[in-house]
Design a protein around this ligand. Structure first.
Ligand SMILES: [Zn+2]
Length: 279
């Protein structure tokens, strides 16, 4: 038998054995963008991770998902920062699903004090840290973002309940996440950010398979900055743009992002709101 055929036989037989002994590995990872920065990731073993819940009043969310119950079970909610368009449905979704909420330390502390989150189901952490709230197979790494952050009280109706209260309270730093799934697949969610040189460390440390990057301009990097970040710093295998077109002021487009990416080895994915990609 020639060497190449022998190698093919060994790989095929061993791969089939792995799938037979652990069928979950065949299922893969699901990634679904639900508009703005809201992303649902379903792990190989069916753990559901929801990032930045903004669904009920999100004009880009498909109608079906504006009912929070349509999400089904949610095991973990990740918060990139406290601006309203990233947390509008956090309190309700956390209560509805019993999900564990992960965010930076100050955000968690103040959200618990305000009565928005259950302290027993909240994890405060910080940039550089890794947590595994759904078991060791899924690692959640908190990484830097270059943006501001505060907890937007108006998002929770607290301005009306507490006359004279400030519009915002301390929300800690804005962050991004790298989510490492059971099969080694890694998704980077940029949160809101400008391009920054530290993104090259996200490549060095994690080598993301898929990067979900904001391209909206005005509050975050626009298509040109995002394209520079992807091509020169993050260098993922695949990329999909998020956080654009939700409101008139964030009007930069995926077409501009595609043009700015130019000739690149990074695969640009077509990921409209509601579509599920499997890896
Ligand atoms: Zn923001």
């Amino acid at each position: 038998m020639n060497v190449r055929i022998a190698r093919w036989v060994i790989v095929t037989v061993f791969g089939s054995f792995l799938l037979y002994t652990n069928p979950a590995l065949a299922a893969g990872v699901e990634v679904q963008w639900l508009g703005h920065a809201t992303v649902k990731i379903t792990s190989v073993k069916g753990k559901v991770i929801l990032i930045d819940p903004f669904l009920k009043n999100n004009p880009k969310t498909p109608a079906k998902f504006r009912d929070l119950k349509a999400l089904g079970k949610v095991d973990v909610i990740l918060v990139t920062h406290g601006h309203g368009d990233h947390i509008y449905d956090l309190e309700e979704l956390a209560k509805l699903t019993g999900a564990t909420v992960v965010a930076n330390y100050e955000f968690i502390l103040n959200a618990i004090t305000l009565g928005l989150l259950n302290g027993d189901k909240s994890i405060g952490m910080n940039k550089g840290g890794t947590v595994s709230p759904v078991g060791r197979g899924v690692k959640i790494h908190m990484v830097p973002a270059e943006h501001s952050s505060s907890i937007d009280l108006k998002a929770f109706g607290l301005m009306d309940k507490e006359p004279g209260s400030r519009r915002t309270v301390e929300g800690g730093p804005a962050v991004g996440y790298v989510i490492e799934l059971e099969n080694g697949f890694k998704v980077y969610h940029s949160g809101d950010t400008d391009v920054f040189l530290g993104m090259s460390l996200i490549h060095e440390f994690f080598k993301p398979d898929l990067a979900l990057v904001c391209i909206s301009g005005h509050f975050t990097m626009g298509p040109e900055g995002a394209a520079y970040a992807v091509n020169k710093l993050i260098k993922p295998k695949m990329v999909a743009p998020i956080h654009y077109g939700t409101f008139p002021v964030i009007n930069r487009t995926p077409a501009e992002f595609k043009a700015a990416l130019g000739n690149t080895p990074v695969k640009l994915l077509d990921l409209p709101p509601g579509k599920t990609l499997r890896f």
